[in-house]
Design a protein around this ligand. Structure first.
Ligand code: C5P
Length: 228
């Protein structure tokens, strides 16, 4: 569950509304800028798991040092971005800590024209697969990838990488800025291990009901024999 909020009070309200349903929360740049690391510490002290999504992308030594600090916080997942050397630096910084490093392949808000705009003359799937393969070679634990590419990653790289999928949109939910969105069922069937959901829950007038709907769709899909 993505806690994309400008204040700790809004984040706490949602965490309480989802009590007993959701136990893994993602803290991103907005909440971290507003409140520093206290939301992370509060969540951990309440027994929740935290996904710190700051997408570290810098020169390798800076990434290594930032990851070394993040590894002391008790968070479960951390996102990084970049090429093989960056990922290797992050793996070194993580050391023996119990922290899974997830490398962003291609943001789920980007489509073919956006990656051309960024200067990559290839299709999205080829770039995602290339980055997933490099992440694995560099010792990363998993990747962030859209449901559109999860099946291909599984087929090519097997179970060696965790696949974490944002850009989840239940049927009828607006896409907003997400361009490679899939339903919860599609993401799980494609082989995603974890789904990241934000606005379909946070912007729903009844967040608990929205979360329940997504969770039951996921549960069904996880036991579906058609799952990749
Ligand atoms: O609101 P929505 O469900 O689109 O939220 C998706 C969340 O996942 C956001 O917090 C966004 O930063 C994050 N994310 C993403 N695509 C990635 C990596 C992270 O949408 N590739």
């Amino acid at each position: 569950m993505a806690l994309d909020f400008p204040s700790a009070s809004q984040a706490t309200e949602l965490v309480e509304q989802l009590d007993g349903l959701v136990s893994f929360f993602k803290v991103g740049i907005e909440l971290q800028l507003a409140e520093g690391m206290s939301p992370v510490q509060n969540l951990i002290s309440k027994g929740k798991k935290v996904f710190l999504d700051l997408k570290y992308f810098d020169v390798p030594e800076t990434v290594e040092r930032a990851v070394r600090r993040a590894a002391t916080l008790g968070v479960t997942f951390l996102t990084i971005h970049g090429n093989g050397r960056n990922i290797e630096a992050a793996v070194k910084g993580r050391g023996e800590a119990d922290l899974k490093l997830l490398s962003v392949t291609v943001l789920t808000s980007l489509d073919a024209s956006d990656i051309q705009d960024l200067g990559f003359p290839c299709d999205v799937e080829a770039l995602v697969l290339h980055r997933a393969k490099r992440a694995l070679e560099a010792g990363c634990d998993g990747v962030i990838a859209s449901g559109e590419e999860a099946r291909q990653i599984r087929a090519t790289l097997g179970d060696k990488l965790l696949i974490v999928t944002p850009g989840i949109r239940p049927v009828g939910s607006p896409n907003q800025d997400q361009k490679r969105a899939v339903t919860p069922r599609e993401a799980v069937l494609a082989g995603a291990d974890y789904l990241v959901v934000g606005r379909p829950i946070t912007r729903d007038p009844d967040p608990r009901k929205a979360a329940q709907g997504i969770l039951s769709e996921m549960e069904e899909a996880f036991t579906d024999p058609a799952r990749a």
